[in-house]
Design a protein around this ligand. Structure first.
Ligand SMILES: [Zn+2]
Length: 397
């Protein structure tokens, strides 16, 4: 028996109550780069921006990563986010030596999210190499493990340590097809399956990654992942910017999630994913703040549609499922899809109607003040922002 559908939103006085917003892909420490990468020619591409990010990663300590992350998470919560998927990849000391407590940095980041009042899915990232045939270089030693068994052990530690905390989930994240060999991806997928954990992975963010994958494997990234048997309803492809159309179909057929991070992708000049192909194929979209260049989950959701309008040069680019309005679909993408992608239970499962936390929108906010109650959700997603958020509700379980 399927439980009766709950309405997606409700109005209480001057407040619009929506399912809790979720940011499914975050690297909280990158918030410290704000304002520092917008001028110099040396940060002109994804790869040169990455050099600046590595210089920051070099300096992190358990204390500073906790402080930066706490500020990032407090801002997310104030902008209406109730849960974050933290793709955490700085694990070891600067020279690559593990801390005495190997998961010290992951635990510090989890603590920061809890302090800020967020739920967190800590996606323990696996990183092995600079690229095919090249070991980790420079800063990458902080991210890297000697063997996949080290990663599996840390996952076990984290699961044991946090299993009774109602606001913490653990997931696994092979960094990308560039940074881990195929054998690691299959081993990590087996662990994710055995423990019903989400598996997140950067997929085809930039053309260089696709070219390197073709050179090493003679396959494009999603072709390789399909062949390894890791595409399923717990798989979350982050970015998916440079896909061939049959790769979008493969993700859709698997009912995989695609986490788009529009404010970061445009900041880095990555390009525009073909969201129409992904939606048509049945992939479930969600969104992520990624680099924290901007913290506004309403803007992230809006960009799913607005960037697609620019790419296609037309308005209203998709027909939502189940008779929803486009704004209702953007809300599902920004909340319930993100919750599912991060391993949280939702009401009605695949029917995706709600989940426990909620986000409150102030209908008297300046940008919504003249919008009729009937159009409130359209007003929020097409003309509002995080400034319309008046708070979140997430009662203890
Ligand atoms: Zn990322």
């Amino acid at each position: 028996m399927t439980a009766p559908l709950r309405p997606l939103v409700r109005i209480e006085g001057d407040t619009l109550v929506v399912p809790g917003l979720v940011s499914a892909h975050s690297h909280a420490f990158q918030r410290a780069l704000r304002g520092t990468t917008q001028r110099a020619a040396q940060t002109g591409t994804f790869w040169s921006w990455r050099d600046a990010m590595y210089r920051l990663a070099d300096t992190l300590t358990p204390e500073t990563i906790a402080d930066i992350s706490r500020r990032a998470f407090e801002e997310l919560r104030a902008s209406g986010v109730t849960a974050v998927g933290e793709f955490h990849y700085v694990h070891h000391q600067a020279d690559g030596t593990p801390y005495a407590d190997r998961t010290a940095l992951a635990d510090a980041v989890i603590g920061a999210a809890l302090d800020a009042g967020l739920r967190i899915t800590l996606l323990r990232t696996a990183y092995a190499r600079a690229g095919a045939g090249r070991g980790p270089e420079g800063t990458q030693r902080r991210f890297s493990d000697g063997s996949v068994d080290d990663v599996l052990r840390d996952l076990d530690t984290l699961r044991t340590r946090w299993k009774h905390h109602p606001r913490v989930r653990i997931g696994v994240a092979p960094h990308s097809v560039r940074a881990v060999p195929a054998s690691w991806i299959t081993a990590l997928h087996a662990d994710a399956k055995a423990h019903a954990m989400p598996l997140h992975m950067h997929v085809a963010e930039v053309q260089g990654e696709v070219d390197a994958c073709l050179a090493e494997h003679q396959r494009r990234p999603v072709e390789l992942l399909a062949e390894l048997g890791v595409l399923d309803a717990r798989f979350v492809a982050v970015h998916a910017t440079v896909l061939a159309s049959h790769e979008a179909r493969m993700l859709g057929e698997a009912r995989a999630f695609v986490c788009v991070c529009p404010t970061t992708e445009r900041d880095l000049g990555d390009g525009l994913p073909d969201l129409t192909a992904l939606r048509d194929a049945g992939a479930r979209l969600c969104t992520g703040v990624d680099s924290h260049v901007l913290s506004d989950p309403i803007e992230e959701a809006r960009a799913l549609e607005m960037h697609e309008r620019l790419r296609l040069r037309r308005r209203v680019t998709f027909t939502p499922d189940r008779g929803r309005t486009p704004a209702e679909q953007l809300l599902v993408d920004a909340s319930v899809h993100g919750a599912l992608a991060c391993g949280w239970d939702v009401v009605n499962g695949d029917r995706e109607t709600s989940w426990r936390p909620s986000t409150r929108i102030n209908l008297r906010a300046r940008s919504l003040a003249d919008v009729s109650r009937d159009d409130a959700l359209d007003g929020l997603f097409y003309s509002g922002s995080a400034a319309c958020v008046s708070g979140v509700d997430d009662a203890a379980e």
